[in-house]
Design a protein around this ligand. Structure first.
Ligand code: RNT
Ligand code: ZN
Length: 427
């Protein structure tokens, strides 16, 4: 028998009162934790809505060492559909959302505009939508899915013509990001990630890196109003087709970000499997002005599975809270799964991240620190363990209720309805 599944708000309220008391025993104010959780901005990646295809007329994501697999029906095919989907997804995600755009998502009104000639006007519709929705935008130049990226090298290319094209694209993207930042309340984060690398051994690992450094220097030399844009650079361990060598490795960009005093982007899927971002945050913040974190899930060869309420994400949020560093760290989702309902994929990842944040703000960190400082490591460990089983679920439900978002799995029926009414018509 199928049971009525809708959550009763009165039950949520009642459960929350008990949970609140329980947290108070640990010295934690859960009302405050809810407020803090809702206030942290999370940038949703536009590219989950269409499998990183964009609006240039391509039929699939190509090259760049990244891959979207699956053919779940209902992919957004143009700006209007994508905006509709994102607006809908955001209505089921609690807290402040931003939107992260790629240059591929320019709308040029049917006219072919090369990437090195893109202008803010090609993002007019996005900018207007963002203002209507009271959402801030972030941006990324797109160095993949393009004939001039087919050699596997873009900014690090030895071919001057190719390299120059991408430098111009990098500059154009910064102008676009700065224009977005100028009309919104907060700066636009502009993240540079390039796929450059080699499938097999190469003898000269140095020259491409020198070329990349020079190209980045040139891009960043372009004058823009620093109040409107935050520059970040993203490293990678390996990609499909760049298994043996990646020009923009972690060490490369760490050095570069320190040299230029810009922010560094760390993607959860771009490190060795036993390496986590958690331990890198405080080390890097000693030397760079801030970080952008791409929330993702690596699995085997793929760095881009839907993010979950996983140990990695939970540890990361706890660390951010313990360091009280939300002013320096920007957070964004980055994954693409074309094998499941794409809107659900956004919601699953975003809600998972928010849950992890809530858990972090609910941690009895003062008690744990006290034990640590008093030299009672067994108590520290015990408290960390006890904290895991505190009634976070009741607080999460209350958070959703306060945010006016469906509680528990109630959002699933909204997605089914949207699928039936909207997505199923996209054949
Ligand atoms: C690729 C990087 C990069 C991309 C997006 C599409 O491995 O993670 O951030 O996923 O720019
Ligand atoms: Zn990334």
């Amino acid at each position: 028998m199928k049971k009525e599944k809708k959550t009763n708000p009165n039950t949520v309220k009642e459960m929350y009162q008990h949970a609140k008391e329980r947290y108070l025993q640990f010295g934690v104010n859960s009302d405050e934790a809810i407020k803090k959780t809702l206030a942290v901005p999370l940038s949703l990646h536009c590219w989950q809505g269409d499998d990183v295809i964009g609006f240039e007329g391509a039929s699939e994501l190509s090259g760049g060492g990244i891959l979207a697999t699956g053919n779940y029906p209902g992919r957004a095919r143009n700006g209007d559909e994508l905006r509709k989907d994102i607006t809908f997804a955001i209505s089921l995600i609690p807290g402040i959302s931003r939107l992260n755009l790629h240059a591929l998502y320019a709308e040029t009104g049917g006219k072919k505009v090369e990437r090195d000639e893109l202008e803010p006007e090609h993002f007019e519709k996005w900018i207007r939508w963002a203002q209507e929705q009271h959402i801030n935008l972030d941006f990324n130049p797109s160095f993949f899915s393009h004939p001039l990226a087919s050699t596997g090298y873009t900014l690090a290319s030895a071919d001057k013509k190719i390299q120059n094209f991408w430098i111009k694209h990098g500059k154009a993207s910064r102008r676009i990001a700065a224009a977005m930042g100028a009309v919104q309340k907060e700066p636009c984060v502009n993240n540079i990630w390039i796929p450059d690398g080699s499938k097999d051994m190469i003898t000269d690992r140095s020259s491409p890196r020198k070329r990349l450094e020079a190209a980045l220097d040139e891009i960043l030399a372009e004058p823009v109003n620093k109040k409107n844009i935050i520059d970040t650079v993203e490293s990678k361990l390996f990609g499909i087709g760049s298994e043996a060598y990646v020009v923009g490795s972690h060490e490369f960009y760490m050095g570069y970000a320190v040299k230029k005093q810009i922010k560094l982007c760390l993607d959860m899927g771009h490190f060795h499997p036993t390496e986590t971002l958690t331990d890198k945050i405080s080390a890097l913040l000693a030397f760079v002005p801030g970080l952008l974190l791409h929330i993702s899930r690596g699995i085997r060869w793929d760095s881009d599975h839907v993010a979950l309420y996983s140990d990695d994400v939970r540890e990361l949020c706890r660390e951010l809270h313990r360091l009280e560093t939300f002013d320096k760290v920007h957070l964004a989702l980055d994954y693409f799964d074309a094998s499941i309902n794409r809107i659900a994929a956004w919601i699953i990842g975003a809600r998972a991240f928010r849950k992890a944040l809530l858990e972090a703000f609910l941690e009895p960190v003062d008690l744990i620190r006290e034990a640590e400082q008093a030299g009672r490591p067994h108590e520290r460990l015990a408290l960390m363990e006890e904290a895991k089983l505190l009634p976070i679920a009741a607080v999460w439900d209350e958070l959703c209720l306060e945010a006016g978002i469906p509680i528990g799995s109630d959002w699933l029926s909204c997605v089914s309805e949207y699928e039936e009414k909207e997505l199923s018509r996209r054949r």
